[in-house]
Design a binder for this molecule. Structure first.
Ligand code: NAP
Ligand code: HSE
Length: 426
């Protein structure tokens, strides 16, 4: 069979872009044998073409002029591995309108502007793929869109940020937050600005994308309340261990009686649950549905070559399926209402820092009872006139638990704002 040459344009040639270039060069023969296509990077847009690169591109590949890439007739398909909303979003729109298929690793862009981008792709009759935007090497978008296309998925639960899981894994072994984050940045796991990782914004964008694909209804980043790991202290990590659990940053998307709830927060995960033992920068996603019951997918969730694997898979899918139908469509086909956020239920872990005085414990218990919240387990640690209370509460609506904590926060014996995390049972 004669091979078809496919010219690849890259928007960005950083951690991920240079790894895509390396993979296409070093695995070119395998890709050609499997697909009959030879994919070659012919143009790559960067800010500074003079910078040293992890994998050297061919002569005259790097440019700082977007028009040189957009108007290059050799570019058949483009991978957006630049990040940020603008100018990346504007470039992707222009390319789609010009009839170039695009694959993107940019979760912030897809989670914020996906509706508009898919409408443009659809009108232009070209594909927009985004596997690398969620969980790097783990093919979860493909599984949801293709393998589970006829499945009623009603819950998606996952560790979807490698940087924060790396930091929490290190803290569980006694490392400090700052050291662990610096190491994750050096290894290329973190976003160029790690704020999105540690605040939970990166995980929120990914779980919004997964919820959109799983439920067929648009979930935007703005629909996802999120908390990150910045307020986590070694005491919280130790408390999780003492209850036979692990502290993890979890994205949870639920479809309950036709209404959607999507959120990201630190959670206490029982040790027997598949998410509890996920270490380092790995990502794991648990999909629950009627027929499948539970399918668990996991693997490397961050890093240049790991993400390149998904980008290259999307490029190969584009060349292998162009003009063949539904996969170039937006995955959304309905609008589902949102669940009242205060009505979302779980058992919760709560950490209270209080004065060690008579009646304080009773007051805490009475306040929970007043809001119809019941205590399942309690451990108290005393130190110099202060008490740290670690409580596990029975299943309750988060609104009731937060109302009890707000009330307790107003009492003089409360020394700090309480810490709250849902418990994920095995
Ligand atoms: P990166 O190393 O910072 O690379 C960004 C690249 O884009 C650089 O080559 C940069 O050029 C170029 N660029 C940025 N702004 C530009 C502009 N205004 N004009 C022209 N070029 C511009 O970032 P990365 O880690 O590869 O991440 C890229 C994307 O992949 C992001 O959306 C990220 O969320 C996503 N992603 C990353 C990972 C990961 O583990 N790193 C995993 C999954 C998804 P210069 O090199 O000249 O500065
Ligand atoms: N910064 C992201 C993470 C990269 O740590 O998971 C993968 O999207």
């Amino acid at each position: 069979m004669a091979s078809v040459d496919v010219g690849v344009g890259l928007l960005g040639y950083g951690t991920v872009g240079s790894a895509v270039s390396r993979m296409l060069a070093e695995s070119g023969d395998e890709i050609e044998r499997a697909t009959g296509h030879r994919l070659t990077v012919v143009r790559a847009l960067v800010r500074d073409p003079a910078k040293n690169r992890d994998f050297a591109p061919g002569d005259d590949v790097l440019t700082d002029d977007f028009a040189a890439l957009r108007d290059d007739p050799r570019v058949d398909v483009v991978a957006e591995v630049m990040g940020g909303i603008e100018p990346a979003g504007g470039y992707v729109r222009e390319l789609l309108r010009a009839g170039k298929p695009v694959v993107s690793a940019n979760k912030q862009l897809v989670a914020r502007e996906g509706a508009d981008l898919f409408a443009i792709a659809s009108a232009a009759g070209v594909q927009l793929r985004f596997e690398a935007s969620v969980c790097a090497a783990v093919p979860v978008v493909k599984v949801l869109r293709e393998s589970l296309v006829a499945e009623n998925v009603h819950r998606v639960l996952g560790i979807v940020n490698g940087t924060t899981n790396f930091v929490l894994s290190r803290m569980a072994r006694g490392g400090t937050y700052a050291e662990a984050l610096a190491e994750a940045q050096a290894l290329g796991y973190a976003e160029p600005d790690p704020t999105d990782d540690v605040t939970g914004a990166d995980a929120a964008a990914k779980i919004a994308i997964l919820a959109t694909v799983a439920f067929g209804s648009r979930v935007l980043l703005d629909d996802v309340p999120y908390r990150g790991i910045e307020t986590i202290e070694p005491a919280h990590v130790a408390a999780a261990a003492s209850f036979g659990m692990a502290l993890k940053l979890i994205g949870i998307a639920t479809l309950t009686e036709g209404a959607v709830d999507v959120r990201v927060q630190p959670a206490f995960v029982e040790n027997a649950h598949p998410l509890a033992s996920v270490e380092g920068s790995s990502n794991v996603v648990v999909l629950q549905g009627d027929a499948i019951r539970e399918v668990t997918l996991g693997g490397p969730g961050a890093g240049g070559i790991e993400t390149a694997s998904a980008v290259v898979a999307d490029l190969v899918s584009v060349v292998g399926t162009s003009g063949t139908g539904f996969l170039q469509n937006d995955a959304c086909w309905r609008e589902l209402p949102r669940l009242d956020p205060a009505g979302w239920r779980a058992p919760f872990y709560v950490h209270l820092a209080v004065a060690d005085r008579p009646g304080v414990l009773g007051h805490a218990a009475a306040t929970f009872a007043k809001h119809d919240v019941s205590i399942a387990q309690l451990v108290q640690h005393l130190e110099g006139g202060r008490a740290a209370l670690d409580l596990v509460l029975h299943d309750a609506p988060i609104g009731s638990v937060e109302a009890a904590l707000d009330e307790l926060s107003r009492s003089p014996e409360m020394l700090r704002r309480p810490f709250i995390a849902p418990v994920i049972a095995a």
